[in-house]
Design a protein around this ligand. Structure first.
Ligand SMILES: [Zn+2]
Length: 116
């Protein structure tokens, strides 16, 4: 802090000049360094407008089936494809049923054999 009266360098903490004793203008508080606190971009919104387009088309599109109107042949083809697609599920269900029945049968059989 340079004394405005006598141009003597003073420690910044002093309120009066060490040379002439005149009051020193208070050193301004260290200006808070304004950090740019990650100023959000003006065009950054939590859900960008392009989010819908980022989704797959099958997820973004809403399928509203009001009535199934298709030719009989395509209906048959559709049913065949559906049944073919259901085969793996049926296999899985059968395997699960077999496991469950085997376990239950073993438990029940063991109980029965132990009971008698
Ligand atoms: Zn001074």
């Amino acid at each position: 802090m340079i004394c405005p009266n006598c141009n003597t360098p003073n420690p910044t903490a002093g309120k009066f000049c060490i040379n002439c004793g005149s009051s020193l203008p208070q050193a301004p508080a260290p200006a808070p360094v304004v950090q740019p606190v990650a100023a959000p971009a003006q065009n950054a919104s939590p859900l960008p407008l392009g989010a819908a387009s980022a989704l797959p088309s099958w997820a973004a599109s809403k399928v509203v089936v009001t009535d199934v109107k298709m030719p009989f042949a395509s209906m048959v083809v559709f049913m065949i494809k559906w049944s073919l697609a259901a085969i793996p599920a049926l296999i899985i269900l059968l395997v699960l049923a077999a496991i469950v029945s085997a376990v239950l049968g073993g438990v029940l059989g063991g109980l029965l054999y132990n009971g008698f």
